[in-house]
Design a protein around this ligand. Structure first.
Ligand code: NAI
Ligand code: MG
Length: 359
């Protein structure tokens, strides 16, 4: 399985043209005959097997969905020699939406092709603090829009000699423009003030320079307020003065790293959901990984995955269900019960039951 070629061409030869999957209300080709949306459920490894079932219970409580389970990750790799069986890839490519947990050491062989399977060009990662949750930055409310097809994750690594390894970084005008156009729509639809393009074009003049300029050109064309920040300085400023930022548009690797940084500022990885959006469908997953240090103990915080499920139902056009889920999670985060990562002693099941009771 290879990573997306980066020009928007999907595995099936069609093109991701930059139209949105998150709110149009139309279902993709996976709709079953009865009109019930089909959701692919891929738990993966570690706490994925604990938090995904929690989110499925919540989805089941807010709507009528058909769930189809599929395997991916280290466990199925051990069993079959493949971290991402072709059936799983095909299921994600055809389902109306996919809910994914996390994969362990095989993560790159699972999540990169799965993002390609759904034609995703952007990873939306809201990072906000919640009342009642101890946070270094309790006022923080940011959204990271991470480029999802290229940059250093395009995967062209080589070993040229015993002493030399190389990585080719791919940045295209089309993918950068498409992300910029998405960011403009996002800002307008969500009543955000504008966005900041995070880059390192003072050093990577060609690749990050192209990325920055292409995204800014879309902002100018759309009349959206946009500014820029150097990636390293941004890392400091977002800690000291997060209010200064609103929506952050960043290259692939920067978005990965900086959103984990933001998780640390709002109370931890157990809180951050994400949506990998393509033109017709999306894949929804927590920002966190398999958390091997707590896997199997039943104490993982399911909030990130349940909030990812809220983004999923929103992508299927059910804004009411998304709002109900978010409100229930917010209430439970505020009043408890809380899992140990947030200073509580509750289990995943306790928190899930509390969310279900608030729906
Ligand atoms: P991680 O996100 O799994 O864990 C980092 C820390 O955050 C750990 O202390 C963990 O206990 C805590 N944490 C994460 N999610 C939590 C939750 N829901 N509730 C409570 N605590 C939580 O990152 P790490 O340890 O770097 O990676 C572990 C494995 O996950 C690796 O094998 C890595 O490859 C994989 N991974 C997979 C991803 C994916 O499939 N998309 C993404 C990131 C990592
Ligand atoms: Mg990450």
């Amino acid at each position: 399985m290879t990573e997306a070629p980066g020009d928007g061409t999907r595995a099936d030869g069609s093109r991701a043209d930059g139209t949105r999957a998150d709110g149009g209300g139309s279902h993709g080709a996976g709709d079953s005959d009865d009109g019930v949306p089909e959701i692919a459920v891929i738990e993966g490894d570690g706490i994925g097997r604990e938090v995904v079932p929690a989110a499925v219970k919540v989805l089941d409580a807010v709507g009528d969905y058909e769930f189809t389970a599929a395997a991916a990750g280290d466990a199925v790799l051990d069993e079959t020699g493949e971290a991402l069986p072709v059936e799983t890839y095909d299921l994600a490519a055809a389902a109306d939406a996919t809910l994914f947990g996390a994969a362990g050491e095989s993560a790159a062989d699972v999540i990169l092709p799965l993002r390609e399977a759904v034609g995703s060009f952007v990873n939306v990662r809201p990072a906000r603090a919640y009342p009642g949750v101890d946070a270094l930055r309790p006022e923080m409310d940011l959204v990271f829009l991470r480029e999802n097809t290229e940059g250093v994750y395009a995967g062209h690594e080589d070993r040229l000699a015993d002493d030399v390894s190389t990585l080719t970084r791919v940045v295209t005008e089309s993918a950068s423009r498409r992300l910029g156009a998405f960011a403009c729509e996002y800002v307008a639809e969500r009543d955000r003030d504008g966005f900041t393009v995070v880059h390192k074009a003072n050093v990577m003049r060609e690749t990050d320079g192209r990325f920055r300029d292409a995204v800014l050109a879309e902002a100018e064309a759309a009349g959206v307020d946009a500014d820029t920040a150097l990636m390293d300085a941004f890392a400091t400023r977002v800690c000291l003065d997060p209010d200064r930022f609103d929506v952050i548009v960043c290259p692939n690797l920067a978005g990965d790293v900086l959103s984990d940084l933001a998780a640390g500022l709002v109370g931890g990885l157990g809180l951050l959901p994400s949506a990998n959006l393509g033109p017709e469908r999306g894949l929804f997953e927590p920002v966190h990984g398999t958390a091997p240090d707590i896997a199997g103990e039943g104490v993982a915080n399911p909030s990130a995955t349940i909030l990812s499920a809220a983004m999923l139902v929103e992508s299927l056009g059910d804004a009411d269900a998304a709002a109900r889920i978010r409100t229930a999670v917010e209430e439970v985060l505020s009043d408890g019960p809380r899992t140990p990562d947030l200073g509580g002693a509750a289990t995943t099941a306790d928190v899930t039951d509390a969310v279900l009771a608030r729906l």
